[in-house]
Design a protein around this ligand. Sequence first.
Ligand code: A2P
Length: 327
Amino acid sequence: MKVAIIGATGLVGRMMARILEERDFPVTELIPAASERSVGKMVAFKNKEHQVVGVEEALSRKPDFALFSAGKDLSLKYAQRFATTGTIVIDNSSAWRMEKNARLIVPEVNGNMLSKDDRLIANPNCSTIQLMVAVHPLQKKYGLNRMVVSTYQAVSGSGQKALDQMEAERNRQNPEPAYPHPIDLNCLPHGGDFLPNGYTSEEMKLVNESRKILSLPELRVTATVVRIPVETGHSESVNLEFEKDFDIEDICEILAKSPGINLLDKPEQNKYPMPLYAVGKDDVFVGRIRSDESLPKALNMWVVSDNLRKGAATNAVQIAERMLEIC
Ligand code: A2P
């Protein structure tokens, strides 16, 4: 397979190359692409150096797969051009996620919706992916009435410039800011842009993408997105109100058996999910599971995952693997 990575020099793009290698995706030719600034730089893949090319050059090489992670504007400009030449595009930006004709896929949840004719498949937002992996098996059994999510999102989710800001602040330098405020020793209730309804674009992604992935267009969801000074690993406090009565032991059993989930819920031993331990792993870690004593049929849980891996690169490569299986 000829595989292009568009945005190959970025945090997610570099992770995509690593995951392709780790999972032994059958890559016969890697085409790393980035902006003109990076053309000619080298990217390591399978013990070989590969030269970064521009996006037009990548397009002209007609790859079988193109994994996009170079921002929404670039995806809007190029994703369809690749798709119309027959390339299977898996797009990590928000450009196509809510398009009626584009699939929005978390393989463990709705991978069965993929068909061999799909050419433009959207990878959901990092916070949405881990949320869906944890919520879907419970929703299937108990039905979902309402979901309240508060996120504690890592800085790497905002890209290299944001990480550079935090590092410079830690070294008491004056960085070029990626955020409107300091991020180190702080937390920002602000992800993306503010919208007329008072929510941020990141909050509305969680709402709208969850509805689309679960095929529940009327689902009651509300979200608060907070950026915290952690390098990698998003955490989420999740409150679920089900349609049916549930049994906590059954909830734990379902989660323990579900693909992609690592149940880590031994509070008596101080064992619960944390970003520091989720980093470098592909699982979605779930813990702190307890009934919501203020509401019948409701519970609280804590969900943590590596935002660069399952939240982005791993999910994209898993989609590519599914497409290989069905094509
Ligand atoms: P470059 O390194 O040449 O700027 P991150 O989210 O970590 O900042 O990464 C963004 C990725 O998207 C980088 O690989 C970056 O390339 C790439 N990128 C940004 N703008 C463009 C563009 N106009 N054309 C191609 N790639 C782009």
